[in-house]
Design a protein around this ligand. Structure first.
Ligand SMILES: [Zn+2]
Length: 423
């Protein structure tokens, strides 16, 4: 393939088209169809579990582009085999899943992500735009960039197309947190889900790094219990990556926070109950680091080790109204819904995936919470429970509400009174 771009076709399966300037130098693009057990494993562990994906086409498309990531998105069209289409039902939509590797100094994991295009279950073919970062050279960087794509179904989601985009980077998507260190906080590496502007490879950083000399006291960002207190490193192509000594706190609103690269021997034990501001460890330089610092992660929905559920903790640290709203499912397999605040989409509870949403950083006054049901598996309704924490109340003074939504009704809206922050 030259700088003029071009198209590679796999007979009976589909085609991959690259626009002009996708490659600076001539590139050899090879497309093949495979069905590897490790792709099945990755699909089952990530897309099926976290995104409720099901009914996958029994092969995957692999596109090998050589030693350089493309500079522009590729357009991929895939035909859907007739026997596969015969198994689909109207409660499903067809989606395309692309393998991705989150490779940063703190952790390195492979996962399947769902591309945004949606297709009705009657489709005979699908066409998607695949951004450059899905051409990945693997954990630690193997030097050969490959795209792995597959087709599967996901539950239909009503009205999602009309929802505004999720929170902006500087908006706290969880509860208000206490600082993890005393004194002035200096961010040495911000939370980032974007393509690095200089490095050719995508740089994902799902936490915030703070400047901290070895031995600095690390503080709990909210009340909770030590859920994990342990050590983890991986070796990846000769480089050490991983959290080193780290702590995960489970907070009373269901959220989780993680503190990494801590000093050996300084960690609070698993099961210890802590209050916001308590010392839980000393900072250090264990694990995959170039120097001492504190790496902090925050997962408002509580699924701590799922990259997509983490939000920027820095946006949640500091002043602001306290209190948060937890919306959780009832542990039945069919419950799935989205939650919006003042019509702003905040998060989702998915079938087999995350079980609760925690919403904080709310402005004082009456806030409108809208829960929209997504058809799940079995039954005709979705159950949920709303728990108001730290001074928030429903207009009738209650702090808990259990209710359900028929899928045909689709949504319920309730008002929540958020008090002015205490002076
Ligand atoms: Zn970090």
């Amino acid at each position: 393939m030259t700088a003029a771009g071009g198209t590679v076709t796999v007979p009976d399966v589909g085609s991959i088209a690259f626009p002009p300037q996708a490659f600076a130098d001539a590139a050899t693009v090879r497309a093949s169809v495979t069905h590897e057990p490790e792709v099945d494993d990755l699909f089952n562990a990530t897309a099926a579990t976290l995104l409720s994906a099901d009914h996958r086409v029994p092969y995957e498309l692999r596109v090998d582009v050589g030693s350089a990531q493309p500079a522009a998105a590729a357009t991929v069209s895939l035909k859907l085999p007739a026997p596969y289409r015969a198994t689909l039902r109207s409660t499903s939509q067809i989606r395309v899943f692309a393998a991705n590797v989150w490779d940063d100094p703190d952790s390195a994991v492979a996962t399947f992500e769902m591309l945004p295009e949606r297709f009705p279950f009657t489709s005979e073919s699908v066409t998607v735009s695949v951004p450059p970062h899905f051409f990945t050279d693997g954990v630690g960087g193997g030097g050969t960039f490959t795209l792995t794509l597959l087709v599967a179904t996901a539950p239909t989601v009503p009205d999602e197309a009309t929802l505004p985009p999720t929170e902006s980077a500087d908006t706290c998507s969880g509860a208000t947190l206490r600082p993890p260190l005393d004194g002035e906080l200096t961010v040495t590496s911000p939370f980032s889900t974007r393509t690095h502007p200089v490095l050719k490879k995508v740089h994902q950083h799902s936490g915030t790094d703070y400047q901290a000399a070895e031995g600095t006291n690390v503080k709990a960002m909210a009340d909770g219990v030590v859920e994990y207190s342990r050590y983890e490193v991986k070796e990846s192509n000769g480089t050490v990556v991983g959290y080193g000594h780290y702590i995960v706190l489970r907070h009373k609103d269901g959220s989780g926070s993680l503190y990494a690269h801590l000093q050996e021997g300084s960690l609070a034990a698993k099961g210890t109950a802590v209050h916001a501001g308590d010392t839980i460890a000393k900072s250090g330089k264990s694990g995959g680091v170039t120097g001492p610092h504190l790496h902090v992660e925050y997962s408002p929905n509580g699924t701590v080790f799922t990259k997509d559920s983490r939000v920027d903790p820095a946006a949640c640290i500091g002043a602001g109204p306290t209190g948060s709203i937890t919306v959780q499912d009832d542990n039945s397999p069919g419950s799935a819904f989205t939650v919006a605040v003042d019509r702003r989409h905040v998060c989702e509870v998915t079938v087999g995936g995350q079980r609760s949403c925690v919403i904080g950083g709310l402005h004082p006054g009456i806030r409108q919470i809208t829960i929209t049901a997504m058809p799940g598996t079995g039954g005709d309704h979705t159950r949920y429970k709303i728990i108001l924490n730290d001074g928030l109340k429903f207009p009738n003074g209650a702090t808990e509400q259990t209710d359900y939504i028929y899928w045909l009704t689709r949504s319920n809206t309730v008002n929540v009174n958020v008090p002015e922050p205490a002076k």
